[in-house]
Design a protein around this ligand. Sequence first.
Ligand code: FA5
Ligand code: MG
Length: 455
Amino acid sequence: RMQSSIAGAQQSEDIRVLGSSYGRDKWTNATPAILEKTGRDLLHHPSHPLAILKELIFKEFPTFAHYDNISPVVSTYQNFDSLGFSKDHPGRSVTDTYYINQDTLLRTHTSAHQLQLLAAGKKDDPELLALANNSSASPRNERFLVAADVYRRDEIDASHYPVFHQMEGVCTFSRAEIQKHIRNRNIAADTTSSTGESGSVAKLLDTTVIGDDNPVQPEHSEEEAAFLADHMKQMMNNMVVQILTKAVAAQKSTGDADAAGSQTEFPVRWIDAFFPFTSPSWEMEVLFQGEWLEICGCGVMKQAILDDAGMPDRVGWAFGFGLERLAMLLFGIPDIRLFWSSDPRFTGQFAPGQINTFKPFSRHPACTKDVSFWLPESGDFHENDLMDMVREIAGDLVEGVKLIDSFTHPKTGKASRCYRINYCSMDRNVTNEEINTIQEQVRQRIVSQLGVTLR
Ligand code: FA5
Ligand code: MG
C-alpha cells in the first residue's frame, strides 16, 4: 500500500485522536483537518438539525437501546472483518478510508458496532451497555440504534462531505418468537384486511424479488426471511412517514406551502442492493416533493454475525442511513457544509424537537481557480489525495473540486489533468488576493506532496 503523502510529513510523532495516542505506520492518512472534526460532536448540540433528527428517530423506536456516544476510532476488524468484508474489498483501500494506522481507523459506517454491541448484550458487558441513553429499553441489546459521525475519503460537492452521520438500527428475534409471530400473523391475515397499521399514510411499493441475486441465507427459512423483511420495512416505513409528516407541517406553518404542496402520501420503494453483512439486502427510497431520495441500506443480518456474538439462536435485520441527506430535505438545507457552520445565522434558526424550514442567508460570490498538471511518471495519483489536500489548505472555503479536463499527450504518453476549484465562503465575501494566496499554496503542495508537474 502507498504511504499517504499528506501524513508523511509528521511520520515520527504519534497521532492523537480524542485524547489517545496511536503509532503511525504506512497506512496512516487521517489529516489534521479530519481529526479536528472528531471533537465537534454535532449530535450533542440539542439545537443542531442533526441532533434534532436523531432525537426524532430515537423517539420512533422506544423499545430499542439508544447509543450516540461511541468513539469513531475503531479497529479494522470492527469496521470490515467482523462484517464479512473480503480481504480485497475496495472499501478497505487507503484511498477510501481514513486510517490511524493499519489496525485502527475512523469508522466508515455505524455498522462497525453491530457485532460489538450484540456481544456486549450477550456477555453483559457493563461498560459498553452503560453507554446507552435508555438502557432499560432493551437491556440485552436485542434491539438497538447507534447514531454517530462516520468518515470517508470522497469527492467534494454540495451533498458529499468527508465526515457525515449515520443511524444504525439492529433488531433481533429468537427463532421461537418468529414462529409465534408467523402463526399470529396468519390468523390476523385471515380475519382482517391487510391495509397498513394505525392509519399510516405511507404507500408501500415493494418492487423487489427475493431471488437468485438477493438470496435468502442457507441458515434461514423463506418464512423467517420474509418475516424479518416485512417487519423491517414496516418499522422503517412508519418512522419515515412520521418524520416527513412533521416536515410538511413545518413548511405549511412557515408559509412555504408551495414547496410542501399538500403531500400526504410518501411512496416508498425498495431497490435490491448488496452489502457483505446482509442478505437479502435493499436500499430504501422515498418520494418526497417530486424526487426519489435514497434513505438507507438495509437487510436481513448475516447469520455469521449473530453466531460470532454468541447468539446462534437469534436472527435479525439491520439498517443504516445517512442523517444529512434526510436532514437536508427536512430542514431545507441546501449545502452539506452548513452543518459544520458556527455562524449564528445558521445555528440560530433551529430549536430542539422542531423542524423549521431553513431561511438561506445571502450567498457570497464564488471565486474559481483552475490548476493543470502532468501526472507523475509512476502513474500513482489518487484524486482523493488532492481533495484532502485542498481541504487541508482551504478548509470550508472550498465549495467544490471538479475534474474539467483529462488527456494523454500523443507523443510523450504523459497524462495531464485539469481541476477547477470553486472557492466560496458560507459567511463572507472572499477577496481575489486571499484566494490567490491559498491557490498558490495548493499549487506548491501538489508538486511537493503528490509528485506532479505543473503545466
Ligand atoms: C452503509 O454505510 C451500510 N453500512 C448501510 C447498511 C447498514 C446496510 C445495515 C445494511 C445493513 P452506504 O455506504 O450506502 O451503506 O451508506 C448509507 C447512507 O449513507 C447512504 O444511503 C447515504 O444516505 C449516506 N451517505 C453515503 N456517503 C455519504 C457522503 N459522502 N456524505 C453524506 N452522506 C453519505
Ligand atoms: Mg449506497
